[in-house]
Design a binder for this molecule. Structure first.
Ligand SMILES: Cc1ncc(COP(=O)(O)O)c(C=O)c1O
Length: 359
């Protein structure tokens, strides 16, 4: 059998591991921060209708500029944005990749503050961008002084601030983002993949007169649309021009554009479970605390839970019962997505048994 070692693979990719969060379609999946409530049925019908309209033109390449979708996304985000300030791609991972293609590359550094989203180093590597992850401060927070000091010391071409942060759930104050912008001459990417779950003000409010600031969003989380792969960003029109230099032609399929247009037109219904998820998050947090676990304050649809004597054994126990959570690089911690009420009931039923099984 041919192995990777037999191929003329790039030297820097040798020994790398692909991203590979397990998928458990028949179980309870609380490991990749999806919205378990799914797409409301009334919107499913609208999506089908919108997709049907595009069928007769599937022999043509899609609208390369996806103008209608960009208009709808601009209106949805508000803040007086228009379509010239919006870009979209196949998931916010592709948005991040295109940003690295345009602003990273050999000899350039992307800087982030960890623990944070595990794909940042993978995207940096794939685009030959150097990557450094400095640790966060106490309680996984970030202060303006600390961020400014680190940016000045490292002189990065790209700074990524994730808020609310995956996997800790911590939000970053706008003052920190403003200070980070002033401290860097590079691009500042604010990854707001979980923004809809947070009451913190969006960094979109800072875009005016800050042409090196990018706010990245996704429909994979609150929108319950992970299967469609639609990420988007707001930035200065010049940054959108930079995206055009690196994107593949026609990167957003006609069907993706149609489905996403329908979902954005129905954003209110699509986001109708966000409040319920936040209520569930607080319920799960307080019940896990009652088991003696430490639960970090979260502004997102997941919880970072620590205090497990053997997190891997707890993970295995839950998996054996058909429920999957996420292992983390943080000592004694697991990350748990908030599911539907029933899924959370099952988690809370299994957790004391998992912990007891270690004794
Ligand atoms: C912080 C963060 N950013 C970006 C993404 C990428 O999401 P997608 O490519 O589905 O938009 C994720 C997914 O888990 C994430 O947690």
């Amino acid at each position: 059998m041919t192995s990777l070692d037999d191929l003329p693979l790039r030297a820097d990719l040798r020994g790398s591991e692909p991203y590979g969060a397990p998928q458990l379609p028949d179980g309870i999946q609380l490991n990749v921060n999806e919205n378990s409530y799914g797409v409301p049925e009334s919107v499913q019908k609208k999506i089908l209708m919108e997709m049907e309209k595009s069928l007769a033109q599937l022999h043509r390449y899609p609208d390369r500029e996806f103008g209608e979708l960009r208009k709808l996304l601009a209106k949805f985000l508000g803040f007086g944005l228009d379509e010239t300030q919006i870009w979209a791609a196949n998931g916010s991972n592709e948005i991040l990749q295109q940003l690295h293609q345009a602003f990273g590359g050999p000899g350039r550094l992307a800087l982030s503050f960890g623990p944070t989203y595990s794909m940042y180093p993978v995207i940096a590597k794939g685009t030959l961008t150097d990557y450094k992850e400095l640790s966060r401060e106490n309680g996984f927070t970030l202060s303006a002084d600390y961020v400014v000091e680190q940016i000045k010391a490292e002189n990065p071409s790209i700074v990524i601030l994730c808020t609310p942060n995956n996997p800790t759930g911590t939000a970053i104050d706008l003052e920190v983002i403003e200070a980070a912008y002033d401290a860097t001459e590079g691009m500042l990417i604010v990854d707001e993949a979980y923004a809809e779950f947070s009451d913190a003000e969006s960094a979109i409010s800072l875009l005016e007169n800050r042409p090196r600031l990018v706010v990245s969003r996704t429909m994979s989380k609150a929108f319950a649309f992970a299967g469609v792969r639609l990420g988007y960003m707001a930035a200065d029109p010049a940054v959108i021009d930079a995206m055009r230099l690196v994107r593949l032609p026609y990167h957003l399929s006609s069907l993706t554009q149609a489905a996403s247009r329908a979902a954005v037109m129905e954003s209110e219904t699509m986001l109708s479970n966000v409040r319920e998820i936040s209520i569930q998050r607080e319920r799960v947090a307080s019940e896990l605390k009652a088991l003696g676990l430490e639960v970090y304050p979260s502004k997102s649809n997941f919880l970072l839970v620590s205090g497990f004597k053997e997190p891997r054994a707890v993970f295995d126990y839950l998996l054996n019962e058909g429920l999957i959570v996420r292992k983390t690089t943080i000592d004694s911690a697991l990350r748990i997505t908030i599911g539907t009420e029933l899924e959370n009931d099952r988690l809370l039923e299994l957790m004391p048994l998992a912990i007891a099984s270690l004794d």
